[in-house]
Design a protein around this ligand. Sequence first.
Ligand SMILES: C[S@@+](CC[C@H](N)C(=O)[O-])C[C@H]1O[C@@H](n2cnc3c(N)ncnc32)[C@H](O)[C@@H]1O
Length: 322
Amino acid sequence: MAACRLLGSLPVGLWGRNGLFVCRRNLVAPVFVRARSARAEEKQTHFGFEKVSESEKAEKVYKVFKNVAKNYDIMNDAMSLGIHRLWKDALIRMMNPLPGTKLLDVAGGTGDIAFRFMDYVRMQQERQSRQAVKSNQSPSWQQISDFYQQQNKSDSDLGSKAVICDINKEMLKVGRQKAEQLNYSEGLSWVVGNAEELPFDDDKFDVYTIAFGIRNVTHIDHVLQEAYRVLKPGGRFMCLEFSKVQNPVISRLYNLYSFQVIPVLGEVIAADWKSYQYLVESIQRFPDQEEFKAMIEDAGFYRVEYSNMTSGIVAVHSGFKL
Ligand SMILES: C[S@@+](CC[C@H](N)C(=O)[O-])C[C@H]1O[C@@H](n2cnc3c(N)ncnc32)[C@H](O)[C@@H]1O
């Protein structure tokens, strides 16, 4: 971008050995060198264990998820032995959403959280209707027929909506295809957007979720501020993320597995060692449970708490906007 902007203002261009050189009167200025030094001047951050400029990190993260999109679900199952499904189920049970809840799932990728949310809300709706019929000792045919009609109502009729927002078009594309295959036609919207600058109005959603997404962003504090902004007062923030393992023996085994097995699986299944090496490194660099809790509190959330799962391999952090 910096190079493009520079180029826009300059009239002549020539390719040199070290990149593009531009001539202006008697001045020969190496644009790439300037672009590189502009990047060097930019704030530094981490991409896994590597130190990079902030803009470089965003590009690299985009590339990782573009590369893994097609194999994302298979790899998730392979890496976690399917346990990611249980963690995601647990997140929805903790949320316990009622029919009518509006969910924003940020970094929603291929839709795993949103699909579970829709299933759960539908189940709640059916349970409520069944209880209403049962509580009536001798329901009329009309009541029974209303009950079955209610069951056939689509999710949008029930008023529940899930918006899946992700910065990566490829991930969303795979998610949409999955939604079609699984028949989630109603109540879902797919939006390309950056968690650090959400394309939504203030006070819009009842619940905000981010699952395995926040460790990939450049500024966690911006993401938390945005979550706070788009939630309605009374709304709930929930984050499912890898965390710090509590048991030292499990921690050692887990580290061994992460660094020795996951990149190998990435190479074997998806022919992509680097992306999975990054995923493992990004997990190591993410703040621990207490540190992250403090960050959520700093963003203005109340009643912030967390629950560890699988000995703290992952944790769900939750807080409310009052
Ligand atoms: C590990 S995947 C998680 C996907 C899904 N939530 C799940 O649990 O299966 C991380 C997702 O975060 C997205 N992501 C990374 N940086 C983002 C950002 N700044 N804003 C929105 N999404 C982002 C990636 O594109 C990717 O889809």
